[in-house]
Design a protein around this ligand. Structure first.
Ligand code: PMP
Length: 387
C-alpha cells in the first residue's frame, strides 16, 4: 500500500526506544490500581483530590443518572443544550465572577476552539515554550504567526509583545503538566494587558487544587479574574469527571458561539457528566481538607525525596517529576518500580525535550503517608542502582 511512512515511522519509533503502549486498568480505587491481576500504588494519576474514585462522588452519580439523560443527543445550538449544562455553566461563571462559561467535551477541544476561532483572521500568538500540545497544535494550524517565549520568562514575553502591532493572543499554563512549576502570572498579565493583547490561561493542573476554594492559579495568586480574559480548565483532572470549560466575557462568548467550529459542530457534553461535574465542584469548594491533605502529601514527598538524595525539580505542586535524563534509564526505573508494586510513568521525547526524560510522579490527596514513604523507598532504591 502507499502510506509507506506508517510502517517506517513505527519502526523508527521502536528503534529509538520511544514506542508507546497503553495498559488496561482492570480496577482502581483511591491511590491504587490493578493491572494484570496485580495491585499497584498509583503515582501516575491526575485525580489530584482523589475524587474520581471517591465513594461520595460515586454515590451522587447514581442520583444524577436518575435525573439526567446520558447523552445530549445534539450539538448545543441544535437541541443539545440542556438544564444540566446551564446549571454547570452558571455555577462556574458565578464562582469565578465571569460573564460566561462554555462547556467542551475535552480540554483539547476547548483549546482548539479558543485559539483557532480567535485567530482565524491571522495575527500573532505568543506561547510559552513548554505549552501543552493542544495549544501548540491549534496555534500551528491557522493563519496566525506563532512565536514561543522562553519558559516562564515574563521579560522575554515583554520583548516579543513590544515588537508586535498585530492582534495578539498570549498563552501559558498555570501549572506546567510535565514540570509542575507555575507561571509568573502576575508579571505576565501586567505586560499582556499593557500591550492590549489577550491572555489565555490553561489551568488544567491548577483548577480545583490551587486557591482557597479551589478556583485555581488566578485565585491562588490573588489576581483579579478579569486580568485573564480567557481561562480554560479541564474536568478530567482534579474534578474527577470529564469535559472542560472556558470562562470568558460576553463578547468573546458570543464570538465562540457564532464562529467556534469545535463548539458548533460537536455534540454537547453528556448531561449526566455535567450534573456530576457540578456535584464534584461543590465538593471541591466545601471540602478544603482535600486540598490541605494534598499539600501535606506534597511536602512529605519532597522532604523524604530530598533526604533520599533524589533529584527533584523545582515544583511545589502535585506534579513532582524526577528528572532522569536518558530514555533507557527512565524506562528501567519505571520498570524497577513496577516490579515492586509502584506504578510510575516514564515521560520521554517528544513529550519532553531530548535528554530530559523523567518519571512524572503525581502525589494526590488519596495517598496515605505510608504509601508515600513506600514510593520514595522504591524510587531511591532503583535510582541508586543506576548511579
Ligand atoms: N491542557 C493541559 C495543560 C493538559 O495537561 C491537558 C491534558 N493532558 C489538556 C489541556 C487537555 O485536557 P483534556 O484531557 O480534558 O483533553
Amino acid at each position: 500500500m502507499s502510506f509507506a511512512f506508517v510502517a517506517a515511522d513505527l519502526t523508527a519509533r521502536r528503534a529509538a526506544g520511544l514506542y508507546r503502549h497503553r495498559h488496561l486498568v482492570e480496577e482502581a480505587e483511591p491511590g491504587r490500581l490493578r493491572l494484570d491481576g496485580r495491585w499497584y500504588l498509583n503515582f501516575s494519576s491526575n485525580d489530584y483530590l482523589g475524587l474520581a474514585y471517591s465513594p461520595e462522588l460515586q454515590s451522587v452519580a447514581e442520583s444524577c443518572a436518575r435525573q439526567h439523560p446520558s447523552g445530549s443527543g445534539a450539538s448545543p445550538l441544535v437541541t443539545g443544550h440542556l438544564q444540566a449544562h446551564t446549571q454547570l455553566e452558571d455555577y462556574l461563571a458565578q464562582q469565578l465572577g465571569r460573564d460566561r462559561v462554555l462547556l467542551f467535551s475535552s480540554g483539547f477541544a476547548a483549546n482548539q476552539a479558543v485559539i483557532q476561532t480567535l485567530m482565524r483572521h491571522g495575527g500573532r500568538i505568543l506561547a510559552d515554550k513548554l505549552s501543552h500540545a493542544s495549544m501548540l497544535d491549534a496555534a500551528q494550524h491557522g493563519p496566525a504567526r506563532l512565536q514561543r517565549f522562553r519558559h516562564n520568562d515574563a521579560g522575554h514575553l515583554g520583548q516579543l509583545l513590544d515588537k508586535t502591532k498585530d492582534d495578539c493572543l498570549v498563552m501559558t499554563e498555570g501549572v506546567f503538566s510535565m514540570d509542575g512549576d507555575q507561571a509568573p502570572l502576575a508579571k505576565m498579565v501586567l505586560r499582556v494587558n499593557d500591550a492590549g493583547a489577550l491572555m489565555l490561561l490553561d489551568d488544567a493542573h491548577g483548577f480545583g487544587v490551587l486557591g482557597n476554594t479551589g478556583l485555581g492559579t488566578v485565585q491562588a495568586m490573588g489576581l483579579d479574574q478579569s486580568r485573564v480574559p480567557l481561562l480554560m480548565a479541564t474536568f478530567g483532572k482534579a474534578v474527577g469527571t470529564s469535559g472542560a470549560f472556558v470562562a470568558l466575557n460576553e463578547t468573546l462568548y458570543e464570538y465562540l458561539l457564532n464562529f467556534g467550529r469545535h463548539y458548533i459542530y460537536s455534540t454537547a457534553i453528556s448531561p449526566l457528566m455535567a450534573a456530576l461535574t457540578l456535584k464534584s465542584l461543590q465538593l471541591i469548594e466545601t471540602q478544603g481538607w482535600r486540598r490541605q491533605r494534598l499539600q501535606d502529601n506534597i511536602q512529605l514527598f519532597r522532604r523524604l525525596a530530598n533526604q533520599a538524595g533524589l533529584p527533584l525539580m523545582e515544583s511545589q505542586t502535585a506534579i513532582q517529576p524526577l528528572l532522569v535524563g536518558s530514555v533507557t534509564r527512565t524506562v528501567q526505573l519505571a520498570e524497577y518500580a513496577r516490579q515492586r508494586g509502584v506504578w510510575l510513568t516514564a515521560i520521554r521525547p517528544p513529550t519532553v525535550p531530548p535528554g530530559s526524560s523523567r518519571l512524572r510522579i503525581t502525589v494526590t490527596a488519596a495517598h496515605e503517608q505510608a504509601q508515600i514513604k513506600a514510593l520514595v523507598k522504591v524510587v531511591a532504591g532503583g535510582y541508586a542502582l543506576g548511579q
